[in-house]
Design a binder for this molecule. Structure first.
Ligand code: SAM
Ligand code: SF4
Ligand code: SF4
Length: 436
């Protein structure tokens, strides 16, 4: 990382930014009130990117998205991080109410979800995906909310699976799901072109899992979903291993840490990859407390009481998990024995390698999971600009990116009170809206 880049003044960046685009930095959004308040709140957090005069130009024909050529130089942000990953939230709704993500008290019948008409269409998503690919994106993860709740999602997957990187490679296309609908959908997803999948499961004990999803959803149905994914061949690699089928477990101290070993026993025995995620302070509604975070080093120590773990080198820059595999009887690391990954978002910030952008369900681009404002790409799509012109604008945003929230938090440089009733004037966006 360039040292001088580290010292860049955020204020200066904003000032520069506002000269080029019509920037509207908002007051606190109101998340709780009814009557369209959510939409207004969203607007308050939107940074419009278009010159109003461009609106009068012709809207490009559908399908022209597939023509955006690669830029000649890689798009790097202020810390020289490439734009290689895009997470796309396809819905802000979910059928679970995990207390760490969508607590029932907030996400209840009064909560204003996005109206259907506000959602990006599959064509809009595909066009934007193609634009991101022209800027260097190679991996796309569909997420939400619960992505399998989005009607006909396999049609979108089919469209995204057609996109090729400038060098002619297929995209690395994956999806994160709570698994509740996976039994029904696994084979359609695979047929549509989905290569890999991550299923979230926080416990094998039904009582613990039901308490965590808070809608009484049984473990067995998620396990059936995982089985259906295996049967469909989701995540199966050329070696015949399910290296692309991952299980995510959020560890919340005092709630499910006693499930770490049972989860590891089960999924390693199946040769799968199990990832332990530190409970994060994302959003402003989950009542996060540091005391409820189980540091990855403690998870690792616990795992080592039973498993002889060996570090596995990371595949590529931007990989979030610290990975460990198992040795076979000859003492050699054997990938068929599965692996564990530790995602230490709180205790070991990985901002330095963060190559992820996030596209919200309604088309706002967020440059960090902890961002408070998004950049309006949906309006840009309908502004009459060509794909190349949009790519230049998105590239410009990425070049100015200096986000590194977790790193700053580790140094105590972030506002700590981000609760609904707190004093921090800018609320962070919820994970269910921006995508995990
Ligand atoms: N509904 C899908 C699911 O649960 O897999 C996809 C969206 S969810 C927001 C994506 C991932 O974020 C899940 O693995 C979930 O466990 C994780 N997650 C949500 N809130 C979290 C939090 N506060 N801390 C850590 N991980 C969290
Ligand atoms: Fe839903 Fe996933 Fe959030 Fe749980 S973590 S509430 S399943 S979006
Ligand atoms: Fe990336 Fe932001 Fe998370 Fe850091 S805090 S790893 S910049 S999303």
């Amino acid at each position: 990382m360039a040292n001088d880049a580290r010292t860049k003044d955020r204020g200066l960046v904003r000032c520069f930014f506002s000269c080029f685009f019509s920037v509207h930095l908002s007051p606190t959004p109101d998340w709780s009130s009814k009557n369209g308040a959510k939409c207004e709140a969203m607007n308050d957090r939107v940074i419009p990117l278009i010159d109003e005069r461009a609106r009068s130009r012709a809207v490009p024909a559908p399908g022209s998205a597939l023509s955006a050529p690669a830029l000649s130089t890689p798009v790097l942000d202020q810390f020289e991080r490439a734009l290689s990953d895009l997470r796309i939230s396809v819905t802000d709704r979910c059928n679970f109410r995990c207390s760490y993500c969508m607590p029932k008290e907030v996400f209840n019948s009064n909560y204003m979800y996005l109206p259907q008409k506000a959602l990006l269409s599959f064509e809009e998503i595909t066009r934007l995906a193609q634009i991101f690919v022209s800027l260097g994106t190679e991996k796309i993860r569909l997420t939400g909310g619960e992505p399998l709740l989005r009607k006909n999602l396999e049609l979108l997957i089919g469209q995204l699976a057609q996109i090729k990187t400038p060098s002619g490679k297929a995209l690395d296309l994956t999806l994160t799901t709570n698994g509740s609908l996976l039994s029904k959908k696994a084979s359609a997803l695979k047929l549509a072109g989905l290569q890999r999948i991550t299923v979230s499961l926080d416990a094998l004990d039904d009582r613990v899992f039901k308490a965590m999803n808070d809608v009484d959803f049984p473990v067995e149905d998620v396990l059936q979903g995982i089985k259906a994914a295996q049967t469909a061949g989701l995540g199966l690699d050329e070696r015949g291993l399910f290296s692309g089928l991952k299980i995510n477990m959020v560890v919340k101290k005092g709630t499910n840490e006693h499930e770490i070993l049972p989860m590891a026993r089960r999924f390693l025995a199946q040769g799968l990859s199990l990832r332990f995620i530190e409970y994060m302070d994302v959003g402003s509604t989950n009542g996060w407390r540091m005391q409820e975070v189980m540091p990855s080093r403690d998870v690792l120590a616990l795992l080592r009481t039973e498993f002889d773990l060996v570090p596995v080198p990371t595949h590529k820059l931007g990989e979030t998990a610290q990975r460990f595999g198992l040795k076979n009887q000859s003492g050699v690391h054997d990938p068929s024995l599965g692996e564990v990954g530790l995602i230490s978002s709180v205790t070991q910030a990985f901002c330095a390698d963060c190559t992820r952008a996030r596209l919200s369900t309604e088309g706002l681009l967020y440059l960090c999971l902890f961002a408070t404002e998004g950049h309006d790409l949906k309006t840009l799509l309908h502004s009459g600009l060509t794909d190349q012109e949009i790519a230049q604008r998105v590239g410009g945003l990425w070049r100015r990116r200096d986000d590194r929230y977790s790193l700053l938090r580790a140094q105590d440089l972030t506002p700590q009170d981000n609760s609904e009733s707190g004093s921090n004037p800018k609320k962070r966006v919820e994970m269910s809206y921006i995508g995990g």
